[in-house]
Design a protein around this ligand. Structure first.
Ligand code: FAD
Length: 472
């Protein structure tokens, strides 16, 4: 066997831990250095996206490293969205008409810990904690770290450096600040931020509301969501503007106003959260942004992956899944790697970037869909129709949501292009009353609708292609 290179991975989050595991399995010598304490020993999760929606692209990555059986017990299936109106009425909107398609709620801490355990079990992988990367000299392949315990700075040299240090990446910052090559970078914040709250379990450890759903309280300009945890609790997230609307993060400044806001907008949630005020003032409010940049790599020396390369807003539940998919996609390129790292990094980025750009845009679209459209009658009609099409024609129809979430073998870009065209086709046809919308349609009627949706979708895709050709 040829001698394998020494690789430095900056950041042992979800992406970095998986990447270290995979590169370790491939025989590389991997040194991972993480800024925070070891989360397996210290609880550091309070208030920062404690659980996540985990779906097929992420599961595919677990299969790649052979740990899907260990991940499964950490998952709580969520079959659909449970929508809560202001009166506390609920209705369930399934994610798919195919019963085997659902998403999962998973603990960030437990999943990261599992990935770290698996990576560290390899003799060629090490993980160090409490050491923060300050900058990377990407020309000489040296990263400078500060050890939080000794307060000393030290340098690490490696054959290749992977920056998996999240949305505020130190490697990305070095690319940007050094100005040694043409590095494009954009960071766009939403006017909304988020705050995490908790619905605690019942006294005997049960769930206070329905377990197998992603709960949503859509309220037009803001919303509340809740995902279940294994201990019977739910992690609740409030997405709200910083400064617009009657209630916003800037004016929710005392317990009375917060309680009044929840009593008016989320009365059923308030009943489940006697701890609301305490959580509200103890937990941080954090911004939500999209980061895009290019190139991700510098020569064959360094490369960004996961949120460091493409942070997205959380409304499609895909940031972690996309970061895991980065590792799967990169791994495909390693199959043909002949020792030229620059060529491998370049080929990977060329193939991958269109997909991460697509999921970034889809995630913004879903921000509007979740907080607003899910409660809109035309949208609900469309969802019902799509459910029926998926149920009766499971091999012939997949909604945009299904293409993005459950079709791990097509890229996000393709899912977006086809999904958007289908959405447009169905919405146009509903608005024009070109298709019947009676609740109990026969299979024959649905077959007819499917044919019309397909024809209209193809027409829209052709028009889009033509427009693209003319613009070039
Ligand atoms: C509110 C919210 C909800 C979300 N919900 C979902 C969801 O439901 N589904 C989903 O798929 N995704 C979701 N995401 C997105 C998901 O959290 C990210 O996409 C995912 O964490 C990216 O993984 P990463 O490893 O690239 O980055 P991170 O998870 O941010 O990990 C980066 C790691 O690098 C370390 N680090 C940072 N700087 C340095 C440094 N200078 N030196 C050394 N180490 C450093 C950090 O401590 C951290 O451990 C959500 C995000 C948010 C904010």
């Amino acid at each position: 066997m040829t001698k394998k290179e020494n690789i430095l991975v900056i950041g042992a989050g979800l992406c970095g831990s998986l990447l270290a595991l995979r590169l370790g399995q491939r025989g590389y010598n991997v040194r991972v250095i993480e800024m925070r304490p070891d989360l397996r020993k210290v609880d550091i999760s309070a208030g920062r996206s404690i659980n996540l929606a985990f779906s097929d692209r992420g599961i595919k990555a677990m299969r790649l490293v052979g740990i899907q059986d260990k991940v499964e017990p950490l998952c709580i299936p969520m079959n659909g969205r449970m929508i809560h109106d202001k009166e506390g009425n609920t209705f369930m909107s399934n994610y798919s008409g195919r019963s085997h398609e659902y998403i999962n709620s998973i603990s960030r801490g437990l999943l990261t810990a599992l990935l770290m355990d698996e990576a560290e079990a390899l003799e060629n992988v090490t993980i160090e904690f409490n050491k923060s990367c300050k900058k990377v000299d990407f020309e000489s392949k040296k990263a400078t770290f500060k050890d939080y315990k000794t307060k000393e700075e030290f340098k690490v040299h490696a054959d290749m450096i992977f920056g998996t240090d999240g949305a505020g990446s130190s490697l990305r910052k070095s690319y940007y600040l050094e100005r040694k090559f043409l590095f494009s970078f954009s960071q766009n914040y939403l006017t909304h931020g988020y705050k995490e709250l908790t619905i605690h379990p019942t006294d005997n450890g049960g769930y206070k509301t329905y377990k197998n759903a992603l709960h949503i309280w859509p309220r037009g300009n803001f919303m509340l969501i809740a995902l279940p945890n294994l201990d019977g609790s739910f992690t609740v997230t409030l997405f709200l503007s910083y400064d617009e609307g009657e209630y916003n993060f800037n004016n929710l400044t005392n317990p009375e106003i917060v309680t009044k806001f929840f009593r008016k907008e989320f009365p059923d949630a308030l009943k489940l959260m006697p701890n609301l005020v305490k959580d509200f003032f103890e937990n941080p409010t954090a911004p939500l942004g999209t980061v895009k940049c290019s190139p991700w790599h510098y020569k064959g020396n360094t490369i960004l992956m996961g949120d460091a390369a493409h942070a997205i807003v959380p409304f499609y539940g895909q940031g972690m899944n996309a970061s895991f998919e980065d590792v799967v996609e990169f791994d495909n390129f390693l199959d043909n790697h002949k020792g030229d790292w620059e060529a491998t990094f370049k080929a990977y980025e060329k193939s991958r970037k269109k997909d991460t750009d697509a999921i970034a845009d889809l995630a913004i679209d879903n921000f509007f869909e979740m907080r607003d459209h899910v409660a809109n009658p035309i949208f609900q009609e469309k969802r019902k129709l799509e459910m029926a099409l998926e149920q009766y024609f499971p091999n012939e129809y997949s909604s945009k949501y299904s293409l993005v979430t459950f079709n791990e073998n097509i890229g996000y870009h393709e899912a977006m292009t086809r999904g958007r065209a289908q959405d447009k086709a169905i919405l146009n046809m509903i608005v024009d009353k070109a298709i019947p919308t009676a609740p109990d349609m026969t299979k024959e009627e649905l077959k007819d609708i499917l044919a019309k949706v397909k024809a209209e979708t193809e027409e829209i895709l052709d028009e889009d292609n033509l427009a693209k050709t003319l613009n070039h």
